[in-house]
Design a protein around this ligand. Structure first.
Ligand code: ATP
Ligand code: MG
Length: 298
């Protein structure tokens, strides 16, 4: 793979950069066809990855939604994925636990490993995979069951409790870790759907962590929440990273800056830049990243 840097089209800044002799000009991302001749700027790879994606391409029918993305997700790190609407953040996130499998027209190519093992083998049990790589969605989606049963659901499927007492413990611990227990402890038999939006999202996080996943994927988990509920989820992410690896898609750059150690910037299906979050936000290497974080795009 040859190193070809991408440039924004018609920003003017590109010309200035090219004139300054920096690598950037000569590649028009809006009209790029080849997927092979593209390299992400920054540091997409880490020494001790929990998950690794290599040369991942995703298609919805004819639509090429993810183009040759390679990225490591480190052990116990929070990695934020940012970029304009439609750039492929959710699509890429879903490749990490094969949630795209349930979209009939979707095709995934490339290699993705969890603890160095390929997750796209035909023999892979996707239910088990999704227990190891859990997901929290943008819109809280509690099941139409009690608060208790929402949290117990996955643990029951995977046979994690041998007795009612063990299940009680899993439910209580998960609710505590999601910092929801005190608010719901007297109402565990009430419907999960009766909680507030922020409580429902914490319930969904409790449900995700009840099966002891290794990785948690979060797709804009705070976009439907008020600032107080958002702050609670952000605190929770900070605590959860002690135990889990977290990949979070967010439209809020402030949130990315607050919760993540690394940030990945996507643009039109390509992974443009990855680096330490503070570097990406204070000294972006790529013009497209700079345009985005300074509000000139997206
Ligand atoms: N189920 C689908 N069927 C067909 N095309 C899809 C499907 N889901 C996503 N796409 C297309 O793939 C591209 C990437 O979409 P994706 O939802 O991953 O973007 P995103 O970065 O998550 O955007 P947003 O910030 O709006 O959530 C878009 O062009 C979108 O239209
Ligand atoms: Mg999305």
């Amino acid at each position: 793979m040859s190193a070809v840097s991408v440039t924004a089209n018609g920003t003017g800044a590109v010309d200035a950069q090219a004139a300054a002799g920096e690598e950037s000009a000569g590649f028009d991302i809006e009209h790029a066809e080849a997927t092979e001749d593209f390299e992400t700027t920054g540091t997409p790879f880490v020494d001790n990855p929990k998950m690794s994606a290599r040369n991942v391409n995703v298609y919805y029918g004819e639509k090429h939604a993810i183009m040759n993305v390679s990225l490591d997700i480190g052990q116990n790190e929070v990695i934020a994925m940012i970029g304009p609407s439609g750039c492929g953040k959710s699509t890429f996130l879903r490749t990490l636990n094969r949630m795209n499998d349930i979209i009939p027209i979707c095709r995934v190519e490339g290699n993705i490993t969890l603890d160095e093992e390929d997750i796209y083998t035909s023999g892979q049990d996707t239910v088990l995979l999704r227990a190891r790589v859990g997901m929290v969605f943008q819109k809280p989606n509690p099941f139409p069951k009690s608060i208790y049963e929402n949290v117990a659901y996955g643990a029951r499927i995977h046979g994690l409790a041998q007795s009612k007492a063990e299940m009680d413990e899993i439910v209580e611990n998960s609710l505590r870790r999601a910092s929801l227990f005190d608010e719901v402890k007297d109402n565990l038999d009430k419907p999960g759907t009766g909680l507030s939006g922020g409580q429902q999202q914490r319930l969904c996080i409790a449900r995700a962590i009840a099966v002891s996943p290794e990785v948690i994927l979060m797709d804009e988990p705070c976009s439907a929440l008020d600032p107080i509920a958002t702050a609670r989820i952000e605190e929770l992410i900070d605590e959860l990273k002690e135990k889990f690896t977290i990949a979070i898609v967010t439209h809020s750059m402030q949130q990315a800056a607050r919760v993540s150690q690394r940030t990945a910037y996507f643009h039109l299906g390509r992974l443009i830049e990855v680096g330490e979050t503070k570097d990406v936000f204070t000294m972006p290497r790529h013009q497209l990243t700079e345009n985005y974080i300074t509000g000139r795009f997206g």
